[in-house]
Design a protein around this ligand. Structure first.
Ligand code: ZN
Ligand code: ZN
Length: 346
C-alpha cells in the first residue's frame, strides 16, 4: 500500500509500505477518513536535525493521527466486544504499556514506559490500512460520519477535553484565541454548552467560520488592541475563561491577559513558548492557568456522544476533502493556516 510520509522542510511523499497484518491483540482498520491536525504542521515543517514536539520516529512512518474507519481484520485474543469485523471505529492515537496508572485510566499518551504516537512515531492513518492494538479503539456512534470521527480523534476531541477541564458552563464568557480546527471546535462546543463566545484569530476567513458556528463576537487579534476589544465586550473585566489554541507566544499572552480576576486561562496549542509577567498577569489576578493535552479513551468516547446527542455540525469544520494522491497539495494549503480543516477520504 501507499502511505503519506513527511520528509521534512515542508516535503512529503507517497511511499510503499507492506499491507499490515495482525498479531495477537491487534486489529487492522480499513481507513475511511484521516484528518489533518494543526500539530501535523510541526512535523511537516521540521528541518532535518529538529525533533517535532519532542517526538522522533526511528524510521519513516505513515503520517496522520486522526484515523477513523472500519475493522477489517482481528487478531488472536481480541475480545469480540472490543472489535468485530465491519465495526465503525475511531482510534485513540496512542499506545503504552497498558499497565501503568496512566494507561489503566485511558491516558496512554502519558505512559511511564513511553508511548507510541500513531502518525508520529508509529504508522498513522494517511494510508488505506492501519494496524493498532484493539485497546486503542473507540466506537464511532452510528449517527456520526467517518470525517467527524477523524476530527474527534485529535483536534475536536482536544477542544472538548479542554472545555471539560476548565468546567465551562452556560454562565461563562469564554475568549478563544486561534480559530483553526481546534479553536473552531471549541467555539462550536462552547456555544452548544450555552456559554458566550468571543472568538479571536488573525484571519478573516476563520473569523467568518467562527461567526457561522455561533460565536457572539469575533476579534481580529492582529488588530490595534485585541485586549482592549475583549475588555470592552466584558464590562472592563476580562473573560471568565480563556483558551489558547494558537500555540503562539502572542496568543498565549493574550489568553493570560484577557482573563478576568479569579479567571482561568487554558493552553492547548502545541510548541513554541511564552513569557509571562507573573505579578501583574497572574498573582494580582489570582489567575489559574491550566494546560490540557488531548484526552483519554473515555474522554474521546464522551466527546463523540456529546457530538451525536447535540448534533454538533463537526463536518462543517472541513473546508477541504482530499484523496491521498493529493497530499502534497493538501498540506501546502493547510500550511497557510487560513482555511478550515482538511481530511483525506478513502
Ligand atoms: Zn503505561
Ligand atoms: Zn493533533
Amino acid at each position: 500500500m501507499k502511505g503519506v510520509v513527511f520528509t521534512g522542510n515542508r516535503g512529503l511523499k507517497l511511499a510503499d509500505f507492506p499491507d499490515p497484518s495482525v498479531g495477537p491483540r491487534e486489529v487492522v482498520l480499513e481507513i475511511k477518513a484521516s484528518g489533518m491536525c494543526g500539530s501535523d504542521l510541526h512535523i511537516y515543517r521540521a528541518t532535518g536535525s529538529q525533533t517535532a514536539l519532542g517526538f522522533q520516529a526511528a524510521s519513516p512512518v505513515v503520517a496522520g493521527h486522526e484515523p477513523c474507519g472500519v475493522v477489517a481484520e482481528v487478531g488472536e485474543g481480541v475480545n469480540p466486544n472490543e472489535a468485530k469485523i465491519g465495526a465503525r471505529v475511531m482510534v485513540h492515537h496512542y499506545s503504552g504499556c497498558g499497565l501503568c496508572p496512566h494507561c489503566r485510566t485511558g491516558w496512554s499518551q502519558m505512559c511511564v514506559e513511553g508511548s507510541t504516537v500513531y502518525g508520529i512515531t508509529g504508522h498513522g492513518g494517511h494510508a488505506p490500512y492501519m494496524k493498532v492494538p484493539a485497546s486503542t479503539l473507540v466506537p464511532l456512534p452510528d449517527d456520526l460520519s467517518f470525517e467527524t470521527g477523524a476530527a474527534i480523534s485529535c483536534g475536536t476531541g482536544t477542544a472538548y477535553g479542554a472545555l471539560r477541564r476548565i468546567g465551562l458552563s452556560g454562565r461563562d464568557t469564554i475568549a478563544i484565541f486561534g480559530q483553526g480546527p481546534v479553536g473552531l471546535s471549541a467555539t462550536q462546543f462552547a456555544v452548544a454548552m450555552g456559554a458566550r463566545v468571543i472568538a479571536a484569530d488573525i484571519g478573516e476567513e476563520r473569523l467568518a467560520l467562527a461567526r457561522r458556528f455561533g460565536a457572539d463576537a469575533t476579534i481580529n487579534a492582529g488588530g490595534a488592541d485585541p485586549l482592549g476589544a475583549i475588555k470592552d465586550l466584558t464590562h472592563g473585566r476580562g473573560a471568565d475563561l480563556t483558551l489558547d489554541t494558537s500555540g503562539r507566544p502572542e496568543g498565549r499572552l493574550l489568553a493570560v491577559r484577557a482573563a478576568r480576576a479569579w479567571g482561568t486561562a487554558c493552553f492547548v496549542g502545541e510548541g513554541s513558548n511564552v513569557t509571562i509577567d507573573v505579578s501583574p498577569d497572574m498573582l494580582r489576578k489570582q489567575l489559574t492557568i491550566v494546560a490540557s493535552w488531548t484526552f483519554s479513551t473515555v474522554g474521546q468516547a464522551d466527546c463523540a456522544q456529546f457530538v451525536a446527542d447535540r448534533k454538533i455540525p463537526v463536518d462543517d469544520l472541513f473546508t477541504e476533502r482530499w484523496r491521498l494522491e493529493q497530499a502534497d497539495e493538501a498540506y501546502k494549503l493547510f500550511d497557510t493556516q487560513t482555511t478550515g480543516k482538511g481530511v483525506f477520504v478513502m
